[in-house]
Design a protein around this ligand. Structure first.
Ligand code: PLP
Length: 414
């Protein structure tokens, strides 16, 4: 067997991974047009409106609201769904802070459901266990572009009369049984931050089918102003608080051009991800990133597991060996489940108080001990994560498979 690069042997990957340009003439042209409007305010200009329309059409839904980030989009969705102090929102412990920020800003309490060991998405069983009379919404994260089990989740929501918000920040053009993720729940939320499939620097989008929900969300993203009103009095008919999460015309302009790239980006990532899973699935102890039958992932990242009992070294050495061969892999995704963060351990969402955890509207004890979501904890300890992009060549993907094959075989043979 060939010696590992980690121990002085030859490296598998001898060429750099292919890269490409994410922005070009179409973005420049859109931005130029935006500037020529002589306004960058979404309500006066046409770029954000056009972006909304194009986004909604792409997803086949009637309504779309633009926001300043994915975090903002999720906050708007929660606000529009009426999430408030005293409520609980069930979400995933393996996610970005952007999933829980809006929950806390609405003074609601995040409740974490456990995940599937191989899709890494929250399971219907775990959600059901966590439902209480305080549960107002389920915020489903389609982690890494891989759909969660939506049929069962929608059924639970229907049974308990609660809302479902889909966090699609990592899940553009992700399909669940032939349906686009983001169109299945009450609201779908997307991110345009620079690390996502498409980027406008920062930005967020919400899609929905219900007109009433749309009207509330539209206002909630813009200080609760009623822009559609005719008089100042109508416009400023304010009954509730809402943040300013407006998208500027510059962001909308870039977004319009970026949408044209999504088919290529998600299509290629899907192809590379499936090729990768196919290439590593028979290796000893390896479980590829599981995408269930009939679903389609857009692979924002790739995360697989090796059974620690099959592996004859500790996981860190295994990861070091992958890296030495030329694959920048890492252990886990985030270092710990979200509930392990100091914010939840010390209940210090806000400086100087324990709100919303000790709210009298809530009136319950909540705690976030180790073991709360044992599968999530294990996944983050045992999974191996890396990314690939739509610019990678087929040879790049073959090299990744060769690296995983070499290192896994090396450390699993006796
Ligand atoms: C990126 C991300 C967010 C937040 O999006 P921002 O645009 O960075 O605010 C929320 N949820 C998930 C799952 C994400 O990956």
């Amino acid at each position: 067997m060939e010696e590992l690069a980690l121990y002085g042997g030859p490296k598998v990957k001898t060429t750099p991974f292919s890269t490409g340009k994410r922005f070009g003439e179409p973005e420049l042209e859109q931005v130029r047009q935006a500037l020529e409007q002589n306004t960058l305010f979404y309500w006066f200009g046409s770029k954000v409106k056009e972006f909304n329309k194009k986004f909604a059409d792409m997803y086949g839904v009637p309504y779309c609201v633009a926001a300043s980030s994915g975090t903002a989009a999720i906050h708007v969705a929660l606000g529009a769904c009426g999430v408030t102090e005293g409520d609980e929102v069930i979400t995933s412990p393996i996610t970005d802070m952007g999933s829980v920020i809006g929950i806390l800003y609405q003074n609601a309490v995040p409740i974490f459901a456990d995940v599937d060991p191989n899709t890494y998405n929250i399971t219907p069983e775990s959600i059901e266990e966590r439902i209480t009379d305080k549960t107002k919404a389920i915020l489903v994260v389609h982690l890494a572009g891989n759909p969660a089990d939506m049929d069962a989740i929608m059924e639970i929501a229907k049974k308990h009369n609660i809302k479902v918000i889909e966090d699609c920040a990592q899940a553009y053009l992700t399909y669940y049984k032939g349906r686009l993720c983001g169109t299945i729940g009450d609201v779908g939320c997307f991110s345009l931050n620079d690390f996502k499939h498409i980027s406008a620097g920062d930005g967020g989008m919400l899609i929905m089918k219900d007109e009433e929900l749309y009207k509330i969300a539209f206002r909630f993203a813009d200080k609760n102003y009623n822009r559609m009103g005719k008089t100042t009095e109508e416009i400023r008919s304010i009954e509730h608080i809402a943040p300013n999460y407006r998208m500027s015309e510059l962001v909308g302009a870039v977004g319009i051009a970026q949408l044209d790239r999504l088919d290529f980006i998600c299509g290629t990532r899907n192809r590379w991800g499936e090729m990768l899973s196919d290439g590593i699935k028979d290796l000893p102890g390896v479980t590829p990133h599981l995408v269930r039958e009939g679903n389609k992932s857009s692979y924002w990242f790739y995360m697989y597991r090796v059974d620690p009992k099959t592996l004859k070294v500790d996981l860190q050495t295994y990861v070091d060996a992958l890296r030495a061969e030329g694959l920048p892999a890492q252990k886990g995704y985030i270092h710990a489940p979200v509930y392990a963060y100091g914010l939840f351990q010390n209940k210090t969402a806000y400086l100087g108080t324990h709100a919303p955890f000790d709210s009298h509207y809530y009136g319950r004890e909540v705690s976030y001990p180790k073991g709360l979501c044992p599968v999530a904890e294990q996944v983050l300890d045992e999974a191996i994560k890396f990314t690939f992009t739509e610019f990678y060549s087929e040879q790049d993907m073959k090299d990744i498979i060769a690296i995983i094959t070499k290192v896994t075989n090396y450390f699993t043979k006796g």
